[in-house]
Design a protein around this ligand. Structure first.
Ligand code: ZN
Length: 555
């Protein structure tokens, strides 16, 4: 009896203590925040309206197609290739036995026959490429990608309106932190939705009204008039075009960028940037685009012009060299233009990191702290450098937010990326991606039908590449998704590495702190995070760290 009383006396304060730590108290400020997160505003009404509208349009279209199916290509010529493809499906299925017999007959039985088949296939593909309705295909691809991503954004937005924490994160994320992260996520989502609509309309206008050839002509005319350079100066004209297009698009997205930095980031306590710093950053990066982008572009165009039909191999090699150079000069020459790198001062943290580095035989050359707090309170740490000369960089914000043990655990995670060759693996994957881009481009660069479809009557390489990029967009989305999957595998791997070093607990608490401090999405939509995130959601990472079967500690 006395035990029961003393128990109940002990649990009450303990529970009260726990509930205030986990934020289950009914604080009025938190309730106000919850009401704000839950509230559906103008944008949500627009989204609901559009979704309802789309549903109606799909319904009407089904009826419309049912009635007018046969005359659809005459009413909307753009639908003809899709109509033809769909109409041919039943015939194809009916003839499967015949096709199978033909396939058996032509099935290559020797290497020679295989080569014949390959050249036939190339010839057939070439024929298709001459007749492809490029502009229509690109418009369909672009809108399909846009609608898919908008659907994901809306699914994610529904998650952000949630005010109840999922059971999996309730024990370590307070209600207040959860609501703050969702409020930040909602503001970013609103800006993103508006920006994406604007960008999609911009792309559509550029494609429909042939604005690429239009700008190309303007640049050419200006060069002719003011410099006396004729159309034979294709590389100079390409650089001028590239700079004009970059500056125009920077200018068009400027309102969104300003709003993001000085309204959204500021409202949620992240922006530390003054307007002066913002302007000087922008001037610096536009100047760098001209100083570095111009010559690099010139080198590519020159190589493509000189190396003929197998230019993709040379362009690929050049790209690898540029990337290698970028990795080499970016931290030493470019980054210091924007940030200050100081050696980490002597002390507990420096000793702990140096001890870890020597325990792992990590060739630590320099250990820096960077003034990330100058722009934003978002925090980070990373490792870079070649061979025997590695550097570790820690954001000053990370030092302010985490304990020494937590920072060491996070550095342990970063060293896991190094030890398990993730950086090299990612670099190889990027090379593969670049090769695919250049090889595919080499198939289209000489395709007059593509240029003419977009309203261009000459065939400059750079303009061809811009058209090709429109065409390549769906494949690019798929490859980006694949890269995200690979990156998430690496993140789990690096977490396991840090855990194996004995930092599992500190890593978990460090990750939770970073998640709260950065107000990262706590409960993302599974489809959204699978498609967009290069890092796994917090809950999945914590589950893996706490799983006794994952990387048990060893010495
Ligand atoms: Zn990582």
């Amino acid at each position: 009896m006395s035990q029961a009383v003393s128990n109940s006396n002990n649990t009450t304060p303990a529970r009260r203590n726990a509930s205030s730590r986990y934020g289950d108290d009914t604080d009025s400020a938190i309730d106000a925040q919850a009401a704000l997160v839950m509230r559906k505003g103008f944008l949500d009404d627009v989204i609901d309206g559009i979704q309802l509208g789309l549903l109606v349009i799909v319904g009407i279209s089904v009826v419309f197609i049912g009635i007018f199916a046969n005359s659809l290509p005459t009413i909307f010529p753009a639908t003809k290739p899709f109509y033809d493809a769909i109409v041919s499906i039943p015939g194809f299925i009916m003839n499967v036995p015949e096709h199978a017999a033909l396939a058996m007959l032509y099935f290559p039985r020797s290497v020679d026959e295989l080569f014949f088949l390959a050249s036939d296939l190339r010839f057939w593909l070439g024929e298709q490429m001459h007749t492809l309705p490029y502009k229509e295909c690109v418009l369909v691809f672009s809108w399909a990608t846009y609608l898919w991503e908008a659907k994901l954004d809306i699914r994610q937005r529904d998650r952000l309106h949630e005010v109840r924490r999922p059971a999996a994160i309730a024990p370590f994320i307070s209600r207040q932190a959860y609501l703050e992260a969702n409020a930040y996520g909602l503001d970013k989502s609103s800006l993103g939705l508006v920006k994406n609509v604007f960008m999609q309309i911009q792309t559509t206008v550029i494609i429909i009204y042939d604005l690429t050839p239009w700008l190309w002509t303007i640049v050419g005319d200006a060069m002719d008039e003011y410099l006396g350079y004729g159309p034979e100066y294709e590389i100079t004209r390409s650089i001028a075009y590239f700079l004009a297009a970059t500056y125009v698009s920077t200018f068009l997205s400027l309102p969104f960028d300003l709003y993001s930095t000085f309204v959204v980031e500021k409202k949620h306590g992240f922006n530390k940037q003054t307007f002066g710093l913002y302007v000087s950053d922008m001037v610096k990066s536009l100047a760098l685009t001209a100083l570095l982008g111009g010559p690099i572009l010139a080198a590519f165009l020159w190589v493509i012009d000189r190396t003929g039909s197998q230019f993709y191999l040379y362009a690929w090699g050049l790209m690898a060299a540029v990337q290698l150079l970028a990795i080499l000069i970016y931290p030493t020459f470019i980054q210091p233009l924007f940030n200050k790198f100081d050696p980490l001062p002597e002390g507990e943290l420096r000793n702990a990191i140096e001890a870890l580095a020597s325990r792992l035989n990590f060739p630590l050359k320099k250990l820096y702290v960077v003034d990330g707090s100058k722009r934003s309170s978002h925090s980070n740490a990373y490792v870079f450098g070649f061979f025997r000369s590695k550097r570790i960089v820690i954001y000053d914000t990370l030092i302010n937010q985490c304990t020494t043990e937590e920072i060491v655990a996070i550095v342990g995670h970063e060293l896991g990326h190094w030890k398990n060759n993730h950086i090299l693996r990612m670099l190889t994957a990027v090379q593969l991606q670049t090769f695919i881009v250049f090889f595919a481009f080499s198939c289209f660069v000489g395709e007059r039908a593509m240029y003419e479809s977009f309203g261009m009557h000459t065939m400059p390489t750079l303009v061809g590449f811009i058209f090709f990029q429109f065409l390549y967009q769906p494949l690019d989305s798929l490859l980006t998704f694949a890269m995200n999957v690979l990156s998430r595998v690496h993140e789990f791997d690096a977490d396991a590495f840090s855990k194996k070093l004995g930092y599992g607990e500190q890593l978990a608490s460090g990750l939770i702190k970073l998640q709260i401090e950065n107000k990262s999405v706590m409960n993302p939509d599974p489809l959204y995070s699978a498609y967009h995130f290069s890092h796994p959601p917090l809950v999945e990472r914590l589950n893996a760290i706490n799983d006794p079967n994952v990387a048990p500690k060893s010495n």
